[in-house]
Design a protein around this ligand. Sequence first.
Ligand code: ATP
Length: 139
Amino acid sequence: TERSLVLVKPDGYRRGLTGEVLRRIEAKGYTLAALAVVSPTREQLAAHYAEHEGKPFYEPLLEFMSSGPVTAAVVEGNGCIAGFRALAGATDPTAAAPGTIRGDLGRDWGVQVQQNIVHGSDSARSAARETAIWFPELG
Ligand code: ATP
């Protein structure tokens, strides 16, 4: 079966949405292979978002991701990489469809697009790379 690395970002943590995100993951039939609340280091975030280094939103993104705890999860299930991204909805909560995590729970007033509650791996390769960052003991 497939595995995806999911993060509940600091906005989700602060707003008490961690349980709601995990509930939707489990309701879909996926299982949690690993789960941890962590205060990310700058090094972890730089590794996680390496592909975005140099983009205008990179520094604000790292700053936001450093602003509080995140919950990291390894989610397991058939097709869960694409499946979780479908559950999450479009990157920009304003554009995200109703029924998705970002569409239902994302606030589209006065917040930046980076505050979009969750992250999910975009490929099996990304999932393996990201799992090593957040759960080095699983490597
Ligand atoms: P994620 O990787 O978090 O699931 P994604 O794959 O939909 O989201 P990416 O394009 O990989 O989005 O961007 C990673 C993250 O960077 C986004 O989730 C968002 O928090 C932030 N981000 C992306 N584009 C912008 C932007 N134009 N302005 C501000 N933040 C952005």
